[in-house]
Design a binder for this molecule. Sequence first.
Ligand code: GLP
Length: 292
Amino acid sequence: MEIIIRPSAESANGFVSRVIAGALRAKPDLVLGLATGKTMEAVYANLVRMHREEQLDFSRCRTFNLDEYVGLSGNHRNSYRHYMNDNLFLNVNIDLKNTHLPDGAAPDIEAECERYEALITRCGGIDLQLLGIGLSGHLGFNEPASSLRSRTRVKVLSPVTLAQNGGLFPTPAEMPRHAITMGVGTILDSRRCVFLATGEEKAEIVAKAIEGPVTSMISASTLQFHPHCTVVLDEAAAGRLKEADYYRWIFENELQWQPYRDDPASPQPASPAPVARPREQVILAARHGVVS
Ligand code: GLP
């Protein structure tokens, strides 16, 4: 896991947007996994701006969203299809035929889950999966006790999730109690995961997911198994991490992140030039908050 802590939510969102844009430029027919939620709105706004101002091209991109509420058709204003059309798809040059979400209004929900899994496989699998985290620790709607090998299926939403997302519906009672979601196994099959969390309310669950044991009770903790997972946090969401200084040290010295460190939109505090030292000393120094 690479854990990257940015000074503000704006800078964390900007960082993730640039990683996605870089992947899309490198592979124009990218299979992009997408997430919903308030956190992602700024990322999509950045991508729309990059499309308009920097010619970011979505014409060959294919997308798969993590989840959809059962019982809501794509026209419903609280459906994730509506959210995606509104925040991204209708504002860039993507072909809507290449954008996929589970159909929450499908007559046969089980068949719909199987169809969705098969479609991901037919497109060659997901190249880059964008992920947020719910207060229950879920990825997509993989609520506590989701199997670590699960595939796309229907999940009962937890009381924590109903409380978190209920406010987005005209009345909380209108929020569906079930959702179709990619499974933990489906998500872990993505070639790359980019996880974004911002804000203090996420700090506790983020620390459990990143530094706690891997457990089906927090599906985000399973990202520790993923061979290429980039975690991007703002200072507030990173506030409960024990090893934050160590993660900062790695980021400051990781060559691949050089162009991102110099992002003028997200200034970093000046840091001394890296000095080659034995790994043990570096870890010890980072633990004690010494970064030179
Ligand atoms: C929903 C989605 C998740 C997302 C979460 C976070 O529950 N199913 O994929 O990570 O919202 O939402 P927010 O960004 O609003 O905190």
